[in-house]
Design a protein around this ligand. Structure first.
Ligand code: PLP
Length: 394
């Protein structure tokens, strides 16, 4: 197969053709600044309003509860700093041990500036210890940030239930829903979530555009201080083409989500079943019931994830590993470590994340080609030959 088999959609997604088509005129013909009084400005302002409505519709929100940002990371930072500004006297923050770096690193930074941080543990299926969270809530807690769905395992957290408990104690509840939006139904009119982050490039929209939902009545302070854009909630000239793309992606997602989730889930399940059947000592990381329909993280014992990725890449199969290879340390990811996944399996963990653009033919190709790769790598692995009892654990 010459065209790449792209199974790394939790990293980023292909821009849908209809999204690209909707965006193009806003690079060429309609380049006005939405703040300008003339007709060019007016045309841009109208499409920004329309996109706000489309996104609000996907989320069950009001259009004026949407603040456009540049990405999921900016939305996360904006939410946490806004919550801290709303509660200047409070010094305690809660999150989980399995957040994306957009929250994890921010919390670590805040921990160094004098805030007390509680990171709620998960069990070996990646499920949150809700009792631990509740026991640690106090009058000093300013904000609780819990991701809706995990980017590595796809495990879904009960954020709607948790938002009830947290807001009843007077803390702000934020969720990083970057992986959840577009993959599972979300209706913010039916829960108590104060703020929610999302990112365009995870739902077949473009990169460089994100949004923060801010529930009406939530105290807010802008993160980017500047002009009056976004009703004074985010300074900076609007990324009009990106906003149009996010709006169109939201509209497309809303119309097709159920069918797509079912078809993508069927492909994910076929891939997972095929690999588990053909490859010994392979384990799915995380709760298999309560997770995103497109994601599977599989640990192949006693092989290096990076080696698997390189060999798959030679066959044009694109996925990602559960090692923090970007840090140069080859340490297993903090998510798999928090779950207590054995070291030799965490090291050989691969995340496959599918989309509507995948086909059964692609899945079958991967199921055929991966087993011999694992077999070959295991022949070279000292761990595979060693007694299982010698395997270190994380
Ligand atoms: N949060 C989660 C759960 C993510 O998966 C990602 C991206 O992978 C982000 C935040 C960051 O989003 P962005 O790349 O738009 O900044």
């Amino acid at each position: 197969m010459s065209t790449p088999i792209y199974m790394d959609n939790n990293a980023t997604t292909r821009v849908a053709p209809e999204v690209l088509e909707a965006m193009l005129p806003y690079f060429s013909d309609y380049y006005g600044n939405p703040s300008s009084m003339h007709r060019f400005g007016g045309a841009s302002g109208r499409v920004v309003r329309e996109a706000r409505e489309q996104l609000a519709d996907l989320l069950g929100a009001q259009p004026d509860e949407i603040v456009f940002t540049s990405c999921g990371t900016e939305s996360d930072s904006t939410a946490i700093y806004a919550a801290l500004a709303a509660h200047p006297g409070k010094r305690h923050l809660i999150t989980t041990r399995v957040e994306h770096p957009a929250i994890k690193s921010l919390y670590e930074h805040l921990g160094k500036t004098g805030y007390r941080i509680t990171a709620v543990p998960v069990d070996n299926a990646g499920r949150l210890d809700e009792d631990y969270l509740v026991e640690n809530l106090s009058d000093d807690t300013a904000v609780v940030s819990i991701m809706w769905a995990n980017n590595e395992t796809g495990v879904i957290f009960p954020v709607e239930r948790l938002a009830e408990t947290v807001t009843a104690r007077g803390a702000v509840f934020h969720t990083d829903a970057v992986q959840a939006v577009g993959k599972i139904p979300i209706n913010l009119s039916q829960n108590r979530i104060d703020m929610l982050s999302l990112s365009g490039h995870k739902l077949h929209g473009p990169k460089g555009i994100g949004a923060l939902y801010v529930r009406k009545g939530t105290k807010f302070a802008p993160f980017l201080i500047g002009g009056h854009q976004e009703h004074g909630r985010r300074g900076g000239t609007e990324n009009v083409a990106g906003i149009v793309g996010l709006g169109r992606a939201a509209q497309f997602t809303k119309a097709h989500m159920t069918d797509e989730a079912n078809s993508v889930k069927a492909l994910r399940d076929r891939l997972e079943a095929g690999l588990l059947e053909r490859i010994p000592a392979a384990t799915v990381n995380g709760d298999r019931e309560n997770r995103l329909p497109n994601t599977t993280s599989i640990g192949f014992d006693s092989v290096e994830g990076e080696a698997i990725l390189l060999m798959m890449d030679e066959l044009a199969i694109c996925a990602s590993s559960g090692s923090a290879c970007t840090s140069g340390s080859l340490e297993p990811s903090h998510v798999l470590r928090a779950m207590g996944v054995p070291y030799t399996s965490a090291h050989g963990s691969i995340r496959f994340s599918l989309s509507v653009y995948n086909t059964q033919e692609e899945v079958d190709f991967v199921v055929e080609k991966l087993p011999p790769i694992i077999e070959r790598l295991r022949q070279l692995s000292p761990f595979w030959k060693a007694d299982a009892a010698c395997h270190r654990t994380a």
